[in-house]
Design a protein around this ligand. Structure first.
Ligand code: PEP
Ligand code: MN
Length: 354
């Protein structure tokens, strides 16, 4: 590890750095006469960087070396592949998630699920618990919504992603969800992150709308540190100044995250745009920037949707979005997950295991 001390660092602060280095088993060598640049040699661990950063005498960790956090890409290590039902995210696989913003009634959910399945989605989205800005807006159909998701999942064979807002609901949500969503507003909720870190079920972590990429990755680190390695990151737009779009889809973040981390990264063009007419363009942009999937709001009657109807696209438009996804994936030498392909993979695995 390479660390820089503060300029003219007071002696007690330097001593605290040396004491921590000793405690963690590092040998310390000063690299220049003012002794502000230190090389620490020893066995690194994921928590070491943060422990040094907490000390007043530290200006910066210039190279964490072996003290790499779990989210970080290690030289030559492969990308993480997260499997959710038939959907595969990362390591050369692209998956399309689609469905309504919220679970409303069962007939509607089934109609949308059948529609998105027919057009290439392998994972169904739908919030049972909704994190709404206003306490007076529709808060979701809650437990009833989970039951509807469970039945529609059985009926269609689609895997399901749904959001959890509260640590007390994690168990109930995990029973139905194949992918547990932690939304933007909860990205930094360390209690919730730790709770899903105790599971062995994939987690979809959405970026907080004002979170830096390091903050986003460290939120994922809570889940990874808990022992759950199945994390998919989702860029869903950050706060901008222009009300023309709901948020600003940060495509640069997608490309940057793919360098920072081995975890799969997807984009949500619907919550970024906040308007249906831009969703296709933003989905294309996200995939072109290297995303391993997209999550899209689709509705068969947007004008009747209980929430976010203006950003939901029709099945017809969704067909264009998946055609784009297939084309862009193949341009990058990646494969778009399909229900059929995955059934074949599963049966291959079964045969090998016999
Ligand atoms: C959602 O995906 O339903 C949602 C609420 O999104 P976000 O957390 O990104 O606002
Ligand atoms: Mn929404």
């Amino acid at each position: 590890m390479l660390v820089r001390l503060r300029k003219n660092v007071p002696e007690p602060e330097r001593a605290a750095v040396l004491a921590l280095a000793g405690e963690l088993g590092y040998a310390v060598r000063a690299l220049e006469p003012r002794r502000e640049l230190l090389e620490l040699s020893g066995r690194g661990a994921p928590d070491h960087r943060s422990r040094f950063e907490d000390l007043a005498g530290i200006e910066a960790i210039l190279d964490a070396g072996e003290a790499r956090e779990r989210f970080q890409r290690a030289p030559l290590a492969p990308d993480t592949l997260v499997q959710v039902g038939s959907g595969r995210f990362g390591a050369g696989h692209v998956t399309v998630i689609a469905g309504p913003c919220a679970v409303e009634d069962e007939a509607r959910l089934l109609e949308i699920a059948r529609g998105v399945r027919a057009h290439g989605a392998t994972v169904l989205r739908g919030g049972a618990y909704k994190p709404r800005t206003s306490p007076y807006s529709f808060q979701g159909s809650r437990e009833r919504g989970l039951e509807m998701l469970a039945r529609v999942k059985l009926e269609t064979g689609l895997a399901v992603v749904t959001e959890v807002l509260d640590t007390r609901d994690v168990e109930a949500v995990a029973e139905v969800a194949d992918l547990i969503q932690i939304g933007s507003r909860n990205m930094a909720n360390s209690a919730l992150l730790s709770e899903v870190g105790r599971l062995r079920k994939p987690v979809l972590l959405k970026r907080g709308f004002s979170a830096t990429l390091r903050e986003f990755c460290l939120a994922a680190e809570y889940v990874l540190a808990g022992g759950n390695p199945h994390v998919v990151l989702c860029e869903r737009g950050i706060r901008g100044f222009d009300p023309s779009t709901r948020n600003v889809l940060d495509v640069g973040a997608v490309a940057a995250l793919k360098r920072m981390t081995h975890l799969p990264v997807i984009v949500d063009p619907s919550h970024a745009a906040g308007r249906a007419d831009l969703v296709r363009a933003l989905a294309r942009a996200g995939l072109a920037a290297g995303a391993d999937g997209i999550m899209v709001d689709v509705h068969t009657a947007p004008s009747e949707a209980h929430c976010d109807g203006h950003q939901a696209i029709s099945l017809e438009e969704f067909a264009h979005v998946t055609a784009d996804a297939r084309a862009l994936a193949s341009l990058d030498g990646k494969r778009l997950s399909t229900l059929v392909e995955s059934a074949r993979i599963e049966s291959t695995c079964v045969e090998l295991a016999r």
